[in-house]
Ligand binder design. Structure first.
Ligand SMILES: *Cc1c(COP(=O)(O)O)cnc(C)c1O
Length: 361
């Protein structure tokens, strides 16, 4: 197996000037600007992973017949590096991302990457590009590991060559409006069906979500909500975030992991934190009709979406073809804010970390 020392380091010929970088990281937005370097590791059938390189971020040369361009053999991850009070860079539960990356690889018939190599690749990139950490409140260095099928072959079968890449992007706030609570549109499209790829973090899922997402934006909403494919009744998740419901009786509900929703690291962390707060945590199917009825009756107090990019985001309004309702007062709920700040303070090293979730780099 490849060890840390086997990463070739290719010096950057012209790193971004300090003053230019300072301007960029002062208002990074989300996913718009990128650091100077990237990691690449190649996989070839019969040889395994090889040619690990930390080098300048640059375009990748692909044969026009590369499988990823035709059959979408692609998976990705998303996680953030934080700067702790003492200046150390840290990751939040990266081994969970490494595990999920391999689960996605299995589903997309791609080779698995050893978990320690996944984390080492990130460690090397963060080390060289730590200066790209944004200078804004609540900022982070968003990391995007991904894998593509690079073999030039138009036959339909799993490719025999792949490239794993990690890039980094300074990040501020995810939602462009910066709104305290978001409005979501219930789509008539479906995102994932039983037996499909809903639990894998693959680009194909996102490709299929773009029309519904554009529809939500066009109708003035911030995000799209998908229901289950079979009955179009049960709440699954947003385009890229899991959902939670806070009930008046002290329960917190989230849809179960049945293979059609993405098993979020944030979701899992919040389930543990909510239980520690004394809430009764319940992973159970919850229907859109029930949500509307509970919001109206007061049985439901709050709802929020969660994911690495946006952390915890309150849901204020829900609208669909034949309905529209408000959650609580339409603003951020108390428990939502409490869970968010508990999670964020652990991630940023400002609170004790009893679960060992924070990995100092
Ligand atoms: C990545 C992702 C999430 C959130 O997962 P986290 O690990 O919490 O970032 C939720 N839903 C979808 C569809 C995703 O791709």
């Amino acid at each position: 197996m490849l060890a840390a020392t086997t990463f070739a380091h290719v010096p950057h010929p012209a790193p971004t000037a300090d003053a230019v970088r300072a301007g960029l990281v002062a208002d990074p937005g989300f996913g718009k600007i990128f650091s100077d370097h990237m990691v690449t590791i190649d996989w070839t059938e019969g040889q395994g992973w090889h040619s690990a390189t930390l080098g300048p971020r640059q375009p990748i040369a692909l044969d026009p017949a590369a499988s990823v361009l035709h059959y979408a053999q692609e998976i990705f991850e998303g996680l953030k590096a934080y700067r702790l009070a003492d200046g150390t860079m840290a990751l939040f539960r990266p081994e969970a991302n490494a595990r999920r990356f391999n689960a996605s690889a299995q589903r997309l018939a791609m080779p698995e990457l050893p978990e320690d190599l996944f984390i080492e690749a990130i460690r090397q990139l963060v080390a060289v590009d730590a200066d790209w950490f944004p200078s804004v409140e609540g900022g982070s260095l968003y990391l995007r590991p991904f894998m593509i099928a690079t073999e030039a072959f138009l036959g339909v079968r799993p490719a025999k060559e792949y490239k794993f890449i990690v890039i980094a992007s300074p990040a501020g706030n995810y939602f462009k409006s910066g709104a305290p609570a978001v409005s979501i549109w219930v789509s008539d499209y479906t995102r994932a069906a039983p037996g499909g790829t809903g639990a894998a973090k693959c680009g194909g899922n996102y490709a299929a979500s773009l029309v519904p997402t554009a529809e939500a934006f066009a109708k003035g909403h911030d995000q799209v909500l998908f229901l289950d494919a079979a009955e179009h009744k049960w709440i699954e998740e947003l385009g890229g975030m899991n959902l939670f419901f806070v009930m008046a009786d002290g329960r917190i509900v989230t849809p179960p992991l049945t293979g059609t929703i993405l098993p979020g690291v944030t979701r899992d962390s919040l389930l543990q934190l909510a239980a520690e707060e004394g809430l009764k945590v319940s992973e159970e199917p919850y229907s859109l009709d029930q949500w509307q009825a509970d919001a109206a009756s007061g049985a439901l107090l709050e709802a929020f979406a969660c994911g690495t990019a946006a952390v915890v985001t309150p849901v204020g309004k829900v609208a669909g073809r034949d309905r529209e309702f408000t959650i609580g007062s339409g603003g951020p709920g108390q428990l939502t804010q409490k869970l968010r700040s508990r999670l964020v303070s652990i991630q940023r090293g400002e609170a004790p970390d009893p679960h060992g979730w924070v990995l100092k780099l």
